[in-house]
Design a protein around this ligand. Structure first.
Ligand code: GLU
Length: 308
């Protein structure tokens, strides 16, 4: 991996949504992105994705921060909060508006569903109803970006070459929702660009969003980061790990070390047996020196044994 990034200093990031404490699934992403950034001698940033106010749990950000600390995952610089960056998202929308790339849309979710030509990867494909202007008497609700018919291509550090035709897979997508909230797709691109992020490591649940983000970078004229998607942790019952499987808040050091080893096992990294008695610092240092994307299972998800 390292050679590919030789031309620009690596900046990685971890961007949790503060909807609850950190759990083993999110720790997998944090550890993977930390190891890859540090292995390249790069910076590792932390961003709290708290735009979706109704889903934010008060105090969850502080718990996430102290949990990361407990696992030895120390970030560089100030923590960025998306909720404080509305002016930047507004500016980015203005840039896109000037370039003729966005349009007002009056459609309700129900209307999109009813008139969608077919289901895309994430629900109905927007049928283009308001693309050429609002019909008489219609009130603008959301703001959408026009997508081209061409394939958007990128290379993922684990999954290799990926391509997606946005027009047939998602259609013109929302950048500002009808409730006024900036969409995740917009915020993530503006933030990654503003922070100089060159390496995005996250779960495979966002692999399907990546082409949209690559496209938005091209619309805004910002550099596309390298993407690495790691498998999602599933419980033995096959469910995505979530809050109800228990958080990892402030682990005792011995527990943190054992959990880190399990994370490396999960990511196919095969930590040496003697490492299992090591400290958090030793295990992480091993991960930084040895983490390899080649060993990560090329799977959307992997089962993980949950304690208790
Ligand atoms: N905030 C997202 C999450 O917690 C991650 C977004 C990203 O890494 O791009 O799933």
């Amino acid at each position: 991996m390292t050679d590919k990034f030789a031309s620009r200093a690596v900046v990685g990031r971890f961007a949790p949504s503060p909807t609850g404490p950190l759990h083993i699934g999110s720790l997998v992403t944090a550890v993977g992105s930390y190891c890859l950034a540090r292995q390249a001698g790069g910076r590792w940033l932390l961003r709290i994705e708290d735009l979706d106010r109704p889903r934010v749990v008060p105090g969850a950000d502080a718990v996430i921060l102290s949990t990361l600390d407990g696992f030895g995952l120390h970030w560089d610089g100030e923590v960025l909060y998306q909720s404080r960056r509305s002016a930047r998202y507004e500016e980015a929308l203005e840039t896109l508006r000037r370039r003729g790339l966005v349009f007002d849309c009056a459609c309700s979710r129900k209307e999109v569903l009813a008139s969608a030509p077919h289901a895309g990867e994430e629900g109905p494909v927007y049928p283009g109803t308001c693309r050429h202007g609002l019909a008489e008497g219609r009130r603008p609700r959301a703001l959408r970006v026009r997508v081209p018919e061409e394939m958007v291509c990128f290379s993922d550090g684990v999954f290799g070459p990926v391509q997606q035709c946005l027009a047939s897979a998602v259609g013109d997508f929302v950048l500002r929702r009808a409730d006024g909230l900036f969409a995740y797709q917009l915020a993530v691109v503006v933030d990654d660009a503003d922070s100089g992020v060159t390496q995005v490591v996250r779960g495979t649940d966002l692999l399907g969003s990546t082409a949209r983000q690559v496209y938005l970078h091209s619309c805004l004229g910002t550099s596309v980061p390298q993407y690495v998607h790691l498998p999602l942790a599933l419980s033995a019952a096959g469910e995505k790990i979530s809050k109800r499987h228990g958080g990892l808040a402030c682990p005792a050091p011995s527990q943190a070390a054992a959990t880190l080893c399990r994370v490396f096992d999960f990511l196919g990294q095969q930590p040496a047996a003697e490492l299992r008695d090591g400290t958090v610092e030793e295990i992480l240092a091993w991960g930084v020196a040895n983490f390899s994307c080649e060993r990560v299972p090329r799977q959307a998800s992997v089962f993980v044994d949950l304690p208790g």
